[in-house]
Design a protein around this ligand. Sequence first.
Ligand SMILES: NC(=O)C1=CN([C@@H]2O[C@H](COP(=O)(O)OP(=O)(O)OC[C@H]3O[C@@H](n4cnc5c(N)ncnc54)[C@H](O)[C@@H]3O)[C@@H](O)[C@H]2O)C=CC1
Ligand SMILES: O=C([O-])CC(=O)C(=O)O
Length: 327
Amino acid sequence: MSSTPLKVAVTGAAGQIGYSLLFRLASGALGDRPVELRLLEITPALKALEGVVMELDDCAFPTLAGVEIGDDAEKVFDGVNLALLVGARPRGPGMERGDLLEANGAIFTAQGKALNKVAADDVRIGVTGNPANTNALIALSNAPDIPTDRFSALTRLDHNRAISQLAAKTGAPVTDITRMTIWGNHSATQYPDLFHAEVGGRNAAEVVGDQRWLEDDFIPTVAKRGAAIIEARGSSSAASAASATIDAARDWLFGSAKDDWVSMAVLSDGSYGVPEGIVSSFPVTTKDGDWEIVQGLEIDDFSRGRIDASTAELSEERATVTELGLI
Ligand SMILES: NC(=O)C1=CN([C@@H]2O[C@H](COP(=O)(O)OP(=O)(O)OC[C@H]3O[C@@H](n4cnc5c(N)ncnc54)[C@H](O)[C@@H]3O)[C@@H](O)[C@H]2O)C=CC1
Ligand SMILES: O=C([O-])CC(=O)C(=O)O
C-alpha cells in the first residue's frame, strides 16, 4: 500500500452530501492509505467550508494527511487522483432531476476543462451532482485529454436502494443479494433489473415470483425513492448519497466482489443496444481502477422496453445540452 496520500477532490464540499462524505473519506472509507482532501466551493460558501474543516481537524483522523480548500477549480484539482463532483443545485419538491440541466450543466463544463488541465494522469472522476448522467457527459466532453472511461456517474445509490428493497421483500440479508443492475438514467425512468439479480444464488425474479410486485411496487419504489425522501425530509438524500458515492469510488479503485457486479453509469459503447454517446448505467465489474460492462446477459421484451425508455430520455438530455452548447 502506497503511503503517498491519495489526493481526493470533492466539489460542493460545504453542502449536505459533503457534510457526510468528507468525514467518511477522512476516516478511512477508501482504505488505510492516507487521503489529502481538496475541497472546492463557490466563494460565498467558503466560510461555511472553513467551519467544516475545523470539524475535520477536531476529529484527529489518522488517515487524513491534509486539507486544502478554495474556489478556483484549477488550483483545487491540481494533481488529484480522484475527483468526486458533487457540487450542484439539488431539486426541490415537484421537480424532476432533468429540470436541473440548464442550472447545473455549466458547472460541469468548467470543471471538465479544469480537470483536463491539472488532474493527475491516473485521475478517476465520479459525478454525483444531478442530473448526474448528463453532467458526466458534459464533463468528459470538456476534457478531451482524459480518457472517457475515467468518468462515471452515480447510480450506486439506486443499486443500493434496489438491494435493500429486495432484501426486505425476500427476508434475505443484503449480503445474499448479488448481481443487481440499474440500467439507464439516474431518474424516474431508470430500470432496476431483477431478472439477472440473485438471492442466495437463485434468480431474484423467480424467488419473488410476483410480476405485479416487481412492476407496481419494486420498480417505482426504487425509481422514485429520491422524491419520497425529499417529500419526507424536506431536502434530498444526503448521507445515503455520500455512502453510495464512497461505495462506488471504493469498488472502482479496488475492485468489485468476485462473482458479483455493480451498477455504474459510463459512456455507452453500444453494448445492449444502448446508443453510443450517452452516459448510461450498466452492470459492470471493476478492477484496479478500470471497469468493464458485463456482457452476454439475455434481455427479454419487458427489460428491453424499460431500458429503451430510459436511454431515450438520456438521448433527449444529450440533445438539450448540445443545443445549450455545453458539449
Ligand atoms: N446521483 C445521486 O444519486 C444523487 C445526487 N444528488 C445531487 O447531488 C448534488 C448535491 O446535493 P446536496 O449536497 O444535497 O446539495 P447542497 O445544496 O446541500 O450542496 C451543494 C453544494 O454545491 C456547491 N456548489 C454549487 N456550485 C458549485 C460549483 N460551481 N463548484 C463547487 N461547488 C458548488 C454549493 O455552494 C453547495 O454548498 C445535487 O445536485 C443533488 O441533486 C443528491 C443525492 C443523490
Ligand atoms: O432525488 C433527488 O433529487 C436526489 C437524488 O438524486 C436521489 O436521492 O436519488
